[in-house]
Design a protein around this ligand. Structure first.
Ligand SMILES: *Cc1c(COP(=O)(O)O)cnc(C)c1O
Length: 495
């Protein structure tokens, strides 16, 4: 299978190349040339398999250059998950609402679903591409991606990882997860500035020929682990198939019955994976795209006009505080019938004017597949409170945004009784203070006390690794300026 660039269809690469390069040179994203089609029988066969094998089957369709043994090695990353089902489907409300819990990995957010698999896929890709012997991953993070990438790449052979986070710009738990991360090949440094400053500095490092030359002298090439990499998207498709198989297995649905999925959305990676699953033949009803107060995607799905010219808001669901949803570009490519010139034009307009608009017929296609809603801060808190008091289900603020969207969907679609799966993206303990506040409990000053208070209030066990965070030694105390990133990497040599 070949992968083509969304902005120039004449560029085609293999799966390992797309994973190794991350981004196409002219700025486009790699997309599969076709979608492997699954029959109802093939979907049914997943019922008898454990999660790892389900994931290996889905990955196999997209990565024909990888051997079965290589795929097995990649999905072995799920051994780091604390739940035997890896991505369990939990019944929440009555017979029709379920939560697909994607946060039983080592850093307790859904990024682990991809970042425990990507390191193996990447090192295999390097071998297949006969690239430089070693690779160095650079990441700028606002929280969850950095922690998950550090954990996934720690002690991976011939790989180093350096993560930069904005000083004072991540939560206490997220910071501790990063600065206490062990592994001979991991480096972490705070950057003076906000997330955009850190992100721009890392992008400059990627663009610097001098920096690349210095690294190449030692046989090292640079790579990215952000969510535009195909190696992060592909593993995410698997859990939609898995959730559907679990519903089949429990006889909640029959083969072919539709299931709706509600996804809390930021960079559009998670929900795009659901769209791809649908294109592969998974009977998905509606994709419910849930936004927080940074509701640029909500407006886009309602009006067909994407307009990033608006104020950025800090919310209790920080991993969705995004105004430019990078992976939306891949959906646009499909909506435009794979017309890369059209996609390039929209992206150029976004760059120059901060906006672009779809034609009415493209818009109609979009409407057929997606439902959208957004939650403000008080609606998010109400959703947490309601799910806990009515169903005894505790959710984090990101998941609560999706819960709110499900209520909106139900209100507008009375009589539609298809099951709805709420994609649950983080452990509530990762956002203890906001969850406590939503439950109406007084919020202690420090993060550790918040976790303990949440445990006392709900009786749900605090994950051991989060409780232990506060006792682990700080291994990465450094802080640097935005213009010092390249030097810092060269002197600290993760690989
Ligand atoms: C990253 C993240 C999201 C948003 O996912 P996208 O793929 O960027 O849409 C939602 N919730 C949590 C907890 C996350 O870490």
């Amino acid at each position: 299978m070949r992968y083509r660039s969304t902005r120039d269809s004449s560029i085609a690469v293999s799966a390992p190349q797309s994973i190794y390069q991350g981004l196409s040179p002219e700025g486009g994203l790699f997309v599969p040339e076709s979608f492997p089609r699954w029959t109802a029988e093939e979907i049914g066969e997943l019922c008898g398999l454990p999660y790892r094998s389900r994931a290996a089957r889905v990955l196999g369709g997209y990565l024909p250059e990888y051997t079965q043994a290589e795929l097995q090695q990649a999905v072995a990353g799920y051994a780091a998950f604390s739940h035997p089902d890896v991505a369990p489907l939990v019944r929440v409300g009555g017979d029709t609402v379920y939560a697909l819990e994607l946060w039983h990995g080592p850093t307790h957010a859904f990024k682990d679903m991809a970042l425990q698999v990507l390191p193996a896929l990447l090192s295999q890709a390097m071998r297949k591409c006969a690239a430089n012997a070693k690779v160095m991953i650079l990441v700028a993070t606002s929280g969850d991606t950095g922690t998950a990438a550090l954990n996934g790449f720690a002690d991976q052979p011939d790989t180093g990882i350096a993560v930069f986070y904005p000083d004072g710009g991540v939560s206490a738990a997220q910071r501790l997860q990063m600065v206490t991360q062990t592994g001979g090949n991991v480096r972490v440094c705070a950057v003076r500035g906000n997330f955009d400053d850190a992100q721009s500095a890392v992008k400059r490092a990627f663009g610097s020929a001098e920096f690349a030359r210095q690294l190449a002298g030692d046989g090292v090439s640079l790579s990215a682990a952000n969510s535009i990499n195909w190696g992060r998207l592909a593993p995410q498709i698997a859990y939609y198939f898995s959730a559907y198989a679990d519903l089949l297995k429990a006889r909640r649905i029959r083969p072919g019955d539709p299931v709706h999925f509600a996804v809390p959305t930021g960079n559009f990676g998670n929900i795009l994976a659901a769209y791809y699953a649908h294109r592969m033949g998974l009977p998905i009803g509606k994709l419910i795209c849930a936004s927080n107060a940074n509701n640029v995607l909500y407006d886009f799905l309602q009006t067909g006009s994407y307009d990033a010219r608006r104020d950025f808001r800090r919310t209790s669901s920080p991993s969705m505080d995004i105004l430019i949803s990078s992976n939306l570009e891949r959906l646009l490519y499909e909506l435009a019938d794979r017309d890369s010139a059209q996609v390039a034009e929209w992206m150029a307009q976004l760059q120059s004017d901060g906006r672009y608009a779809l034609s009415p017929d493209t818009m109609a296609r979009l409407k057929g597949q997606f439902f959208t809603a957004w939650a403000d801060e008080s609606q998010t808190a109400s959703a947490i409170r309601e799910a806990w008091s009515d169903h005894g289900y505790l959710m984090d603020p990101h998941t609560a945004v999706a819960w709110h969207a499900v209520n909106a969907f139900r209100a507008e679609n009375v009589g539609d009784n298809a099951p709805i799966v709420v994609v649950s993206t983080a452990s509530p303990y990762k956002f203890s203070a906001d969850v406590l506040a939503a439950l109406g409990v007084s919020v202690p000053d420090d993060e550790q006390a918040c976790m303990r208070a949440l445990e006392r209030t709900t009786g749900l066990p605090l994950p051991q690794s989060l409780g232990e965070l506060f006792r682990r030694p700080v291994l990465h105390p450094d802080i640097c300026g935005c213009d010092e990133i390249e030097n810092w990497v060269l002197t600290h040599r993760p690989v």
